[in-house]
Design a protein around this ligand. Structure first.
Ligand code: 3HC
Length: 311
């Protein structure tokens, strides 16, 4: 029966139809989806920290309201993705335990500090911009629940990217000090944003299989290139420069050439030696511990509901 099931799985992939939770799937397909979806969900939750840092310091009520909405959205994205991962038979508590124990990853980008208000703009424009470039193809991922979660997330992500861009535009066109603050933030966030797309294709251990299973629809380098080509004209409109002297349009490639990424930095951050790794995971564990009473209350309430309705 295994051969028949595998043939059915492979023909579903071949005709670009979706694999759904009740369909048979290879254990390795399930495992790589759990790995990626958990990492994605953890990234959303940890990603709330750098920005939340500025909610109480926003320069106006309008900016505060926008930033609060964005951080709330990120929490919601985490919940969609944990729920989508649960359809693969793994509970949110198990995934969070692995995150807290350092056995599952979250995106490298959130291990960098948000030092000034302009960082909120740079994170919106660059980090959410990179996330969109990476997530739009995931709307066509072969696993149904993941692809459908992406459709909703991408809609909200484009608001995140636009508000960041508009924030930077306001600063860039403001006083000289504001312009300098915006440029400093772009200088610090540009290269780590390019690292979000993962290692070069030549070092990407999962890409080949992930693309064969139509989870990853474009390679790391392809999406990174797409992101660079999107950002160059946007930076021009912003009146800000991207911190890469090698960046230039290449006519025959029809794309921008750009400088070398510091992969040592990338691997150091993945090893836990980034600027904020310790702070992020400590804050995450503390939030989880301090939130235990909410989970206990919800569980007690659910049990009470169950008994009252004689279930
Ligand atoms: N940060 C941390 N780890 C990373 C990474 C990154 N930026 N890029 C790659 N890695 C890890 C991989 O997990 C893998 O390690 P592992 O085998 O120990 O898990 C290793 O580096 C090799 O990378 P691969 O290219 O082989 O791995 P993938 O095929 O998984 O590709 C990926 C990496 C492109 C990030 C892919 O996992 C992916 O598309 N993930 C879903 C999208 C995602 O997580 N986006 C970043 C979240 S930011 C966000 O959404 C918040 C937004 O609201 C701002």
């Amino acid at each position: 029966p295994q051969a028949g099931l595998l043939a059915a799985f492979e023909s579903a992939l071949a005709e670009d139809s979706r694999i759904e939770p009740r369909d048979w799937m290879p254990d390795a397909y399930r495992a790589t989806l759990i790995r990626q979806m958990a990492q994605h969900a953890h990234s959303e939750i940890i990603g709330m920290q750098p920005e939340a840092n500025w909610i109480s310091r926003a320069p106006s009520l309008r900016r505060k309201a926008i930033l609060m909405a964005k951080v709330q959205d990120e929490a919601g994205h985490g919940l969609y993705l944990y729920s989508a991962a649960e359809t693969l038979g793994v509970g949110r508590d198990e995934l969070l335990d692995k995150l807290h124990a350092g056995r599952q990853r979250y995106s490298s980008i959130f291990n960098y500090p948000t030092l000034t208000w302009a960082d909120v703009g740079a994170v919106g424009w660059l980090v959410d911009g990179a996330a969109i470039t990476n997530q739009v193809p995931l709307c066509r991922c072969s696993y149904g629940p993941y692809a459908r979660a992406m459709v909703r997330i991408c809609k909200e992500e484009s608001f995140h990217q636009r508000q960041g861009y508009e924030l930077l535009l306001a600063l860039s066109r403001g006083t000289e000090a504001q312009h300098a603050m915006a440029q400093d933030a772009v200088d610090r966030w540009w290269w780590p944003s390019l690292m979000m797309f993962g290692p070069p294709d030549t070092e990407s251990g999962h890409s080949e299989q992930s693309m064969a299973w139509k989870i990853k629809r474009h390679s790391n380098d392809e999406l990174r290139q797409r992101f660079v080509d999107i950002c160059v004209p946007q930076a021009e409109v912003l009146g800000l420069t991207l911190p890469d002297p090698a960046l230039r349009w290449n006519e025959e490639r029809g794309a921008h050439d750009f400088g070398d990424i510091d992969w040592t930095e990338f691997h150091e951050v993945l090893r836990g030696n980034g600027p904020c790794n310790e702070q992020r995971i400590t804050q995450r564990r503390t939030a989880h511990e301090q939130g235990a009473w909410v989970r206990e209350a919800a569980t007690a309430y659910a049990a009470k509901q169950g008994t009252e309705h004689g279930e």
